[in-house]
Design a protein around this ligand. Structure first.
Ligand SMILES: Cc1ncc(COP(=O)(O)O)c(C=O)c1O
Length: 379
């Protein structure tokens, strides 16, 4: 009998498209027939839906998640001489966006369990130049925003949440964008809410951030033919159409992600050589990524290779911390405040297992089986 080899893919966007084809195609056709593709009615209605979803007064669609960050920083007046505190174990764009403004990126350590920014390390890194905190809701779990708010109030700092990975997530008693000046997100293909290309957004309750980001994203223009210095970073209406169709499903997809996460956690509970993701009590982690860590750094690449060879498309997020990248900091201003062993351990030991709503139970179980097989023989 012919047996097909089991595999487990890392991405599921084509499966997702097939499941939602009629809804997405209809929305896209609406845009195509309208003849309005940039700053058109679909973008406007999606921005309203996104603001409602977050419970914020405003949402602004921009070109990508990186632009969402630095356009917001610029709207807050961040620039050369200012210091912005964040972590080194995030996607590169968090720091890149700080550098785009000419400001100084200050890296502090992450919490050893959540891998998000460690609030207990912030105050020691604050100087008279510090203007901004940029917590990242890494892997789909919110950073401790209550602690951020307290520190920001005490030291008169701005806070922008890098929420590229945790849309639909929440903390214990707080929502994303509730305790900050603004939250930004990315809609790149593989995100929990992803389009078929690039996209991003800013959500905020601050009318000035809304006004300035809107102006900056459109060549510094609030009125036709009148300009001040700006950029071109708009979320196209075709992307807004895809995202509008998908936004209706984000709650059910988040639940599915959590179900797969629970299945992994149960199945891998007895493994000796890895640490499983930590979910802060009371938080709603949306598992953009299900990231385990090998207890020993030397095991990481071996495990990754073992899984890949077995047809499990595991990956690493992010194997090189920002301050360990070749050429860092490329002539930009940067400071590492204190030792950052947790961020460095996270980079050295992380392995992301397949995680998307459309996974099949046998793919998750196969991944668990292979991981346990490796775990039994690891030394
Ligand atoms: C934490 C984080 N910040 C920022 C970004 C940048 O978003 P984009 O790729 O849409 O520019 C991403 C994702 O790509 C991300 O994961």
């Amino acid at each position: 009998m012919l047996q097909t080899k089991l595999t487990a893919p890392f991405y599921g966007h084509v499966r997702q498209y097939h499941n939602l084809k009629a809804e997405i195609d209809a929305k896209m056709a609406e845009v195509l027939e309208s003849g309005q593709y940039v700053l058109g009615p679909m973008l406007k209605s999606f921005e309203q839906e996104l603001a409602e979803f977050h419970g914020t007064k405003h949402a602004i669609g921009v070109g990508n998640g990186t632009d969402a960050l630095w356009l917001t920083f610029k709207a807050l007046g961040i620039g050369p001489g200012d210091e912005c505190i964040t972590t080194a174990n995030t996607f590169f764009a968090t720091a890149e966006a700080i550098w785009v403004t000419g400001a100084t990126a200050v890296f502090i350590d992450s919490d050893p369990r959540t891998n998000c920014i460690d609030p207990t390390k912030i105050e020691a890194a604050i100087t008279p130049r510090t203007k901004l905190l940029v917590p990242v809701h890494l892997y789909g779990q919110c950073a401790d925003m209550r602690a951020m708010r307290k520190i920001a109030d005490k030291h008169n700092l701005k806070v922008v949440e890098d929420n590229a990975q945790a849309i639909c997530g929440r903390g214990h008693g707080f929502k994303i964008a509730e305790l900050s000046d603004a939250a930004t997100t990315s809609f790149i293909i593989q995100k929990n809410l992803g389009t078929f290309g690039d996209g991003g957004a800013v959500v905020t309750n601050d009318p000035e951030i809304d006004r300035i980001v809107r102006k900056l994203r459109n060549h510094g223009s609030e009125k036709r033919s009148c300009h001040s210095m700006g950029y071109n970073s708009r979320l196209d209406d075709l992307h807004a159409a895809v995202l509008s169709a998908k936004l209706k499903h984000i709650a059910e997809w988040s639940e599915l992600r959590r179900q797969w996460a629970a299945r992994y956690t149960k199945g891998l509970a007895g493994a000796q050589h890895i640490t499983l993701p930590y979910e802060t009590p009371g938080y709603y982690h949306v598992y953009h990524l299900y990231v385990i860590e090998t207890k020993q750094p030397k095991h990481r690449d071996v495990l990754l290779q073992f899984l890949n060879d077995a047809g499990v498309d595991a990956k690493c997020h992010y194997p090189i911390a920002i301050h360990q990248q070749l050429g860092y900091p490329w002539g930009h201003e940067a400071r590492i405040a204190g030792p950052i062993p947790n961020s460095e351990r996270n980079a050295a030991c992380c392995v992301s297992l397949p995680m998307f709503p459309e996974l099949a139970a046998e793919e998750v179980d196969y991944t668990i089986e292979k991981l346990l097989e490796w775990d039994r023989t690891a030394q």
